[in-house]
Design a binder for this molecule. Sequence first.
Ligand SMILES: [Zn+2]
Ligand SMILES: [Zn+2]
Length: 303
Amino acid sequence: MEENSPSTVLEGKITGVSFSLATTQEICLSSISDCPISHASQLSNPFLGLPLEVGKCEACGAAEPGKCEGHFGYIELPVPIYHPSHITELKRILSLICLKCLKFKNKRPQAKNVGVLERAFTSCCEDAAQVTVNEAKTADGACYLELKVPSRSRRDGCWDFLDRYGYHYGDGIARPLLPSEVLIILKKIPDATKKKLAGRGCFFQEGYVMQHLPVPPNCLSTPDVSDGISVMSSDISMTMLKKVLRQVEIIKSSRSGKPNFESLEVEVHDLQAAVAQYLQSRGAKVLYFLHIFLYIIKLIIYL
Ligand SMILES: [Zn+2]
Ligand SMILES: [Zn+2]
């Protein structure tokens, strides 16, 4: 076919560049192997490229330094977590919609002295409209989102409207919102709401809730040093990445059946804290661009 001929070059003009968080699919597609990394010993896998102590890059076959570009891998997270750097944007989006009917909240939060009747006329779902979304942090640094109702409005079953997002939980004035619930909420948001959110400069990105963590190629890591007795790692981000993998292992091995809300909450917090520390150690490096591996640059091409 003519389209496949090497002499046929499609012409196009770059009309823009957009930055966005890598989606689950993009993280897996950019990985050289279909198998996720599940153990610390695989972090310097020969599939992740040169440099290696011995042997060739098992992804491209290169043996000489400079001939291999490096190849990404990924870790599959056993529970979805919030992207630590984007939780504030996520909170903003969730604050603009009614979490019951997923419509855009037309009215600004109302004054304290507004009556129940007036509220019923100005909001879609009177009970859910009073819910606020707050950002909170655990003692070990895991960030999470929490929902709250004013104490005077609390009544039995006030959180029942969240059942359709996976879990029946909570009877107090506050209730944590799990990343897995947010994932379902975001999938259910109707297009009309998305349009209104876009009008307010809010664009939801799938990567705000992380289900996979990219593993950088070997060329972006400082190799471990051995004195013949013990192995020392001078790369703090590698130590942190090993901690993430340990947490993944703990979660997987401690499970028996589908976890309930409370155990899921603990799992999310522990993994969230480990991933946040890892990303922070990457960001703190002089080579700040390393952090970019979580982002995808898309060229918008007009053909
Ligand atoms: Zn290679
Ligand atoms: Zn509503």
